[in-house]
Write a protein that binds this ligand. Structure first.
Ligand SMILES: Cc1cc2nc3c(=O)[nH]c(=O)nc-3n(C[C@H](O)[C@H](O)[C@H](O)COP(=O)(O)OP(=O)(O)OC[C@H]3O[C@@H](n4cnc5c(N)ncnc54)[C@H](O)[C@@H]3O)c2cc1C
Length: 484
């Protein structure tokens, strides 16, 4: 198909949309505000020479499982997924940690009395993983392509994770592992639909793993950019778009932006109803990020935790629930839920020999820049790894305003493009049949504020680009090829 398209924002969704449009034959230009492509999937040496720090995303269960990334064959452009020896660990004050392995059987065996319940909860989803992912990573309101897969997953999905965990598990290990996975929704586990996250993340571990990208998450963005270039497209850096006139006369414009930025864009005459609906968009709980360079491995009480790529630091299900509820209610938790990535467990290239980069963030109230949050992250680490403070060689704290400063999509430190609760979980960003259409001919939204939401998988970009191409073809048929 001939013609020109513009994409605003070079995050994983913007780049994915650009690749799909370029592969369809369009001449694609991506306009990116920052000095490097990748959005919240960028890496830089912020902890000093020889370090690779993921500025945003670190661990990629839905990157390795992404139907789009697989179809594109991004390994041709150097993307390599590396798996840690243990997928995730959930340390506890009393007793051994919960450990999530690639093997469902091994995970179940180590969970003792909860082994059978763990298998029963996850096995059906693992067995229909590809179909489940295809369904879960698409617009949720549509005729499902794989009803059987969706049914086996959907039976459990609507429940709050806390209710599921208490109903099916007896040990704090299993409850914690499940609650830790559900906390990736950045919602308290008492919320409806959080079981969907717990089950999906658990099943992902057993099906395709939670890998990191060799050399840093930037490798994912770089591979997408390489694919775009291979198909004739380009990325223009340091080009913040404030008015649509900057990207015209492109026939198609895809916006890798969240609703607040779309509302602020000049030259975009949104239909009043759509504009009103967008202005009701809610942003959610924030992340307060702490990156550490250590002089060696983290001194976890249980050495098996050091082998995990991801560590859920938050204690029991009840403790995680309390922390998430406080953050959501606008109070900085004394003991916040902290997500830790130890990319070095899979990828030794992340730090100079003998040292370790530790990536962590705490869930804090929206827009909360309180520096005590950084200390509380360290307190939580000390709780399960006494002495970790003494090992710190370098430390960089990035509060919510700091996140938003390098990527305008991270509004108030919300890393998901908007809260994932209530109607926003299903209808992103507004309640309408085509979630990507803006009501302005040729202009579409493609960020994580559209289905399927946050995460590095490119599927929002993929679906938005497909809709845009279908619309363009229809318009050209109608006008006999005379559009734009
Ligand atoms: C700290 C953190 C940790 C995360 N951890 C994980 C993880 O481990 N695994 C995972 O899968 N996901 C994780 N995520 C989420 C994931 O990174 C995002 O969901 C994903 O990057 C969203 O992609 P996107 O393309 O929609 O938006 P973004 O990646 O946010 O990209 C948007 C791009 O648009 C650009 N932009 C904004 N405004 C303009 C403008 N006016 N003009 C031009 N360009 C503009 C921005 O500079 C940015 O490059 C994390 C995010 C953060 C911040």
């Amino acid at each position: 198909m001939e013609g020109a398209a513009a994409v605003v924002g070079a995050g994983p969704n913007g780049l994915a949309a650009a690749v799909v449009l370029a592969r369809a034959g369009l001449d694609v230009t991506v306009h990116e505000a920052a000095g490097a492509p990748g959005g919240a999937a960028r890496s830089a040496a912020v902890l000093g020479p020889g370090t690779v720090v993921d500025l945003g995303s670190a661990v990629h269960p839905f990157g390795v499982a992404s139907p789009l990334f697989s179809r594109l064959g991004l390994h041709r452009h150097g993307l390599e997924w590396l798996h840690p020896p243990v997928v995730a660990a959930h340390p506890l004050d009393d007793g051994p940690p919960g450990l999530l392995h690639r093997s469902l059987e091994r995970t179940a065996a180590e969970l003792g009395p909860d082994g059978r319940a763990w298998s029963a909860l996850h096995r059906g989803v693992v067995e229909r993983w590809e179909q489940t992912v295809e369904s879960a990573l698409g617009p949720l309101v549509r005729v499902p392509e794989h009803p059987a897969a969706l049914a086996s997953f959907g039976l459990r999905a609507p429940w709050p994770a806390a209710a599921t965990a208490r109903a099916v598990f007896r040990t704090e290990q299993a409850r914690g592992l499940f609650a830790g996975s559900a906390a990736h929704a950045v919602l308290p586990p008492r919320h409806v639909l959080t079981s969907a996250f717990g089950t999906l993340f658990g099943a992902a571990a057993h099906a395709t793993g939670w890998p990191v990208a060799r050399g840093g998450s930037q490798a994912i963005a770089d591979a997408l950019v390489a694919d775009l270039r291979e198909h004739g497209g380009r990325v223009l850096l340091d080009r913040p778009v404030t008015d649509l006139a900057q990207v015209r006369p492109a026939e198609l414009v895809l916006l890798d932006l969240t609703p607040r930025q779309v509302l602020g864009l000049g030259g975009l005459e949104l239909p009043p109803r759509y504009r009103r609906a967008l202005s009701r968009w809610r942003y959610g709980t924030a992340c307060y990020k702490v990156d550490l360079l250590l002089d060696g491995p983290v001194p976890w009480c249980d050495p098996r935790v050091a082998r995990a790529g991801t560590v859920h630091v938050g204690g029991t299900l009840a403790q995680i629930g309390a922390a998430e509820s406080q953050a959501r209610a606008g109070r900085l938790p004394e003991r916040p839920f902290v997500l830790v990535a130890q990319q070095g467990a899979a990828d030794p290239s992340r730090a100079p020999a003998g040292q370790q980069v530790l990536w962590a963030y705490a869930h804090v109230p929206h827009g909360c820049d309180d520096p005590r949050a950084g200390e509380r992250v360290l307190d939580q680490l000390e709780r399960f790894a006494p002495g970790v403070r003494d090992r710190i060689l370098a430390r960089v704290d990035t509060p919510p305003s700091g996140l938003q400063a390098w990527n305008a999509n991270l509004v108030g430190g919300d890393i998901g493009g908007g809260a994932l609760d209530g109607l926003q979980q299903v209808f992103r960003p507004v309640v309408q049949a085509d979630p990507y259409a803006t009501g302005v001919p040729g202009v579409f939204l493609c960020s994580s504020s559209t289905p399927p939401g946050g995460g590095v998988h490119g599927m929002a970009g993929y679906h938005a680009a497909r809709r845009a191409l279908t619309g363009l073809a229809r318009d050209r048929r109608r006008t006999g090829g005379q559009t734009g």
